[in-house]
Ligand binder design. Structure first.
Ligand SMILES: Nc1ncnc2c1ncn2[C@@H]1O[C@H](COP(=O)(O)OP(=O)(O)OP(=O)(O)O)[C@@H](O)[C@H]1O
Length: 270
């Protein structure tokens, strides 16, 4: 269980996140929604400790993540894998090596520096690529891939970290509709078949309604809605998004694959 207690973050006199309280059960797919500047990225970045809170606590399975330092903090960052809008791959390295980077927290530094990855690490990385139909790209440079392929590599890297939680910060913001669906399906697959909790910032309300089983709506740093997608009426959505409402509500919902059609996870990653 991820527990966020009274979490706030100020930048000067600007409150980016104000007194956020959330309890998120294992295996949930939570969409964090709200207009630009609502505090969504700051919230996710605090969970991963890329940003420190001004006050409040974050607990994961009872461990106070806000108090972690040094190696324990590095372990937490591996546990709470981030996926970014701009993929954050190393462009000059091949796809497999990028995914192997997800294993860094589990191997001694000398082994990573000398690229002496174990057979098991390679198997986990290749298996993660196979999960998203991109194993054939393993030897290609990351910067030769399309945006949708790069984001799938980033998701495979996150899976190779064997995380307890995935934090996706606007993962589809720079993708076309076809790749948006492929990438959202990949996140859904991670959630449904590996049971990994996903917290995903999304600008598109229709995508959030289609893929998430819980929505957290933020406005001016505060949580102003927390509930099932069905409970978010168009009226609440209009309050949440103001003038942007038309923009985020006009996109046709993507078709979510039925769970039964997704093959079972690979044993090396289960
Ligand atoms: N490093 C920073 N320094 C100063 N202000 C910041 C910083 N990071 C965020 N903010 C401010 O905090 C507020 C919340 O920003 P945040 O990026 O968390 O919102 P968001 O909902 O993720 O928006 P977007 O969808 O545009 O990314 C904004 O007013 C932003 O300008």
């Amino acid at each position: 269980m991820l527990v966020i207690e009274g979490l706030s973050r100020r930048f000067g006199d600007k409150a980016a996140v104000s007194d956020v309280n959330l309890q998120i059960a294992h295996g949930a797919f939570v969409g964090v929604i709200g207009r630009s500047g609502a505090g969504k990225s700051t919230l996710l970045r605090m969970v991963n400790r890329l940003q420190d809170p001004s006050s409040g606590r974050i607990l994961f399975d009872g461990c106070d993540v806000t108090a972690l330092k040094g190696p324990a903090l590095r372990q937490w960052r591996a546990q709470a894998a981030m996926i970014f809008q701009q993929f954050n791959l190393v462009g000059r390295l091949d796809v497999l090596t990028n995914v192997l980077m997800g294993r860094l927290a589990t191997v001694p530094t000398w082994r990573a520096l000398t690229k002496m990855w174990s057979r098991e690490d390679r198997a986990v990385a290749l298996s993660a690529l196979e999960q998203f139909d991109i194993a054939a790209l393993a030897a290609q440079r990351a910067d030769s891939l399309s945006g949708g392929q790069q984001q799938r590599v980033a998701i495979a890297r996150a899976l190779a970290q064997e995380p307890g939680l995935i934090l996706a910060d606007e993962p589809i913001a720079s993708l076309d509709p076809r790749n948006t669906k492929i990438v959202m399906d990949a996140l859904l697959r991670i959630n449904r078949h590996f049971g990994i909790t996903v917290l995903c910032n999304l600008h598109s309300l229709d995508l959030a309604r289609t893929y998430c089983d819980r929505l957290v709506g933020m406005a001016q740093g505060r949580v102003v809605f927390d509930g099932a997608p069905e409970a978010l009426t168009d009226g609440v959505a209009r309050d949440l998004y103001g003038l942007e409402a038309g923009e985020v509500m006009d996109v046709a919902p993507a078709t979510v694959p039925v769970a039964a059609s997704i093959p079972m996870p690979d044993a090396a990653l289960a």
